[in-house]
Design a protein. Structure first.
Length: 135
Protein backbone atom coordinates (compact mmCIF):
# COMPACT_ATOMS: atom_id res chain seq x y z
CA UNK A 1 0.00 0.00 0.00
CA UNK A 2 1.29 3.43 -0.88
CA UNK A 3 -0.90 6.20 0.41
CA UNK A 4 -2.08 6.31 4.02
CA UNK A 5 -4.93 8.22 5.64
CA UNK A 6 -6.22 8.70 9.17
CA UNK A 7 -9.93 9.04 9.90
CA UNK A 8 -10.83 10.77 13.18
CA UNK A 9 -13.22 9.00 15.57
CA UNK A 10 -15.99 11.53 14.98
CA UNK A 11 -16.21 10.40 11.36
CA UNK A 12 -16.49 6.70 12.25
CA UNK A 13 -19.32 7.59 14.61
CA UNK A 14 -21.05 9.55 11.83
CA UNK A 15 -20.64 6.61 9.45
CA UNK A 16 -21.81 3.81 11.73
CA UNK A 17 -24.41 5.74 13.68
CA UNK A 18 -26.00 7.41 10.68
CA UNK A 19 -25.56 11.18 10.57
CA UNK A 20 -26.84 11.23 6.96
CA UNK A 21 -24.77 13.86 5.11
CA UNK A 22 -21.56 13.20 7.02
CA UNK A 23 -22.09 9.45 6.79
CA UNK A 24 -22.24 9.62 2.99
CA UNK A 25 -19.00 11.61 2.86
CA UNK A 26 -17.23 9.10 5.10
CA UNK A 27 -18.61 6.20 3.05
CA UNK A 28 -17.11 7.79 -0.07
CA UNK A 29 -13.70 8.08 1.66
CA UNK A 30 -13.88 4.45 2.81
CA UNK A 31 -14.88 3.14 -0.63
CA UNK A 32 -12.18 5.15 -2.38
CA UNK A 33 -9.59 3.93 0.13
CA UNK A 34 -10.39 0.31 -0.76
CA UNK A 35 -10.59 0.94 -4.51
CA UNK A 36 -7.32 2.89 -4.52
CA UNK A 37 -5.48 0.55 -2.14
CA UNK A 38 -5.07 3.25 0.53
CA UNK A 39 -4.23 2.12 4.05
CA UNK A 40 -6.21 3.59 6.93
CA UNK A 41 -4.13 4.11 10.08
CA UNK A 42 -5.86 4.34 13.46
CA UNK A 43 -4.84 4.71 17.07
CA UNK A 44 -6.10 2.15 19.60
CA UNK A 45 -7.85 5.19 21.07
CA UNK A 46 -10.36 5.06 18.18
CA UNK A 47 -11.73 1.76 19.47
CA UNK A 48 -12.01 3.06 23.02
CA UNK A 49 -13.79 6.24 21.95
CA UNK A 50 -16.17 4.35 19.66
CA UNK A 51 -17.22 1.93 22.41
CA UNK A 52 -18.13 4.42 25.15
CA UNK A 53 -21.68 5.45 24.11
CA UNK A 54 -22.77 2.01 22.82
CA UNK A 55 -21.56 0.36 26.04
CA UNK A 56 -23.28 2.98 28.16
CA UNK A 57 -26.51 2.66 26.17
CA UNK A 58 -26.48 -1.13 25.83
CA UNK A 59 -26.24 -1.04 22.03
CA UNK A 60 -24.83 -4.54 21.62
CA UNK A 61 -24.83 -4.50 17.81
CA UNK A 62 -22.68 -1.35 17.70
CA UNK A 63 -20.42 -2.74 20.43
CA UNK A 64 -19.87 -5.82 18.27
CA UNK A 65 -19.15 -3.72 15.17
CA UNK A 66 -16.68 -1.51 17.01
CA UNK A 67 -14.90 -4.43 18.70
CA UNK A 68 -14.48 -6.03 15.28
CA UNK A 69 -13.77 -2.92 13.23
CA UNK A 70 -11.25 -4.74 11.02
CA UNK A 71 -14.08 -7.01 9.80
CA UNK A 72 -15.97 -3.96 8.52
CA UNK A 73 -13.04 -1.83 7.34
CA UNK A 74 -10.56 -4.34 5.99
CA UNK A 75 -7.85 -1.81 5.10
CA UNK A 76 -7.61 -0.36 8.62
CA UNK A 77 -4.42 -0.88 10.60
CA UNK A 78 -4.40 -0.19 14.33
CA UNK A 79 -1.05 1.38 15.18
CA UNK A 80 0.75 0.82 18.46
CA UNK A 81 0.74 3.51 21.13
CA UNK A 82 4.49 3.96 21.35
CA UNK A 83 6.87 6.21 23.26
CA UNK A 84 7.36 8.17 20.02
CA UNK A 85 3.61 8.71 19.62
CA UNK A 86 3.45 9.82 23.25
CA UNK A 87 6.24 12.36 22.76
CA UNK A 88 4.75 13.72 19.52
CA UNK A 89 1.37 14.02 21.27
CA UNK A 90 2.99 15.92 24.15
CA UNK A 91 4.59 18.35 21.71
CA UNK A 92 1.27 18.91 19.93
CA UNK A 93 -0.47 19.47 23.26
CA UNK A 94 2.21 21.94 24.34
CA UNK A 95 2.06 23.84 21.05
CA UNK A 96 -1.68 23.86 20.30
CA UNK A 97 -3.32 22.97 23.63
CA UNK A 98 -5.67 20.51 21.90
CA UNK A 99 -7.39 17.94 24.13
CA UNK A 100 -5.13 14.95 24.84
CA UNK A 101 -7.18 12.44 22.77
CA UNK A 102 -6.89 14.71 19.70
CA UNK A 103 -3.15 14.97 20.27
CA UNK A 104 -2.87 11.17 20.40
CA UNK A 105 -4.80 10.80 17.13
CA UNK A 106 -2.69 13.43 15.40
CA UNK A 107 0.55 12.00 16.78
CA UNK A 108 -0.40 8.50 15.64
CA UNK A 109 -1.05 9.87 12.17
CA UNK A 110 2.24 11.78 12.11
CA UNK A 111 4.25 8.81 13.39
CA UNK A 112 2.44 6.58 10.88
CA UNK A 113 3.43 8.97 8.08
CA UNK A 114 -0.13 9.40 6.84
CA UNK A 115 -0.76 11.63 3.85
CA UNK A 116 -4.08 13.05 5.02
CA UNK A 117 -5.96 13.33 8.32
CA UNK A 118 -9.76 13.48 7.94
CA UNK A 119 -11.84 15.05 10.72
CA UNK A 120 -15.04 16.95 11.44
CA UNK A 121 -13.30 18.87 14.24
CA UNK A 122 -12.64 22.45 13.08
CA UNK A 123 -10.34 23.17 16.02
CA UNK A 124 -7.65 20.66 15.06
CA UNK A 125 -7.64 21.70 11.41
CA UNK A 126 -5.16 24.47 12.31
CA UNK A 127 -2.29 22.04 12.96
CA UNK A 128 0.66 22.58 10.63
CA UNK A 129 2.55 19.30 11.11
CA UNK A 130 0.11 17.21 9.06
CA UNK A 131 -2.30 17.84 6.20
CA UNK A 132 -5.87 17.93 7.56
CA UNK A 133 -9.08 17.77 5.54
CA UNK A 134 -12.17 19.03 7.28
CA UNK A 135 -15.27 17.01 6.38
Amino acid sequence: MGQKIYIDTNLYIAFFEGEAVLSQKVEKILIESVEQNIQIVASPLVGMELLIAPLREGQDQLVNIYKNLKNHITNIEIADFTKEVSEIAANIRAKYNFPTPDCIHLATAIEGKVDLFYTADKAIAKIKEIKVELI
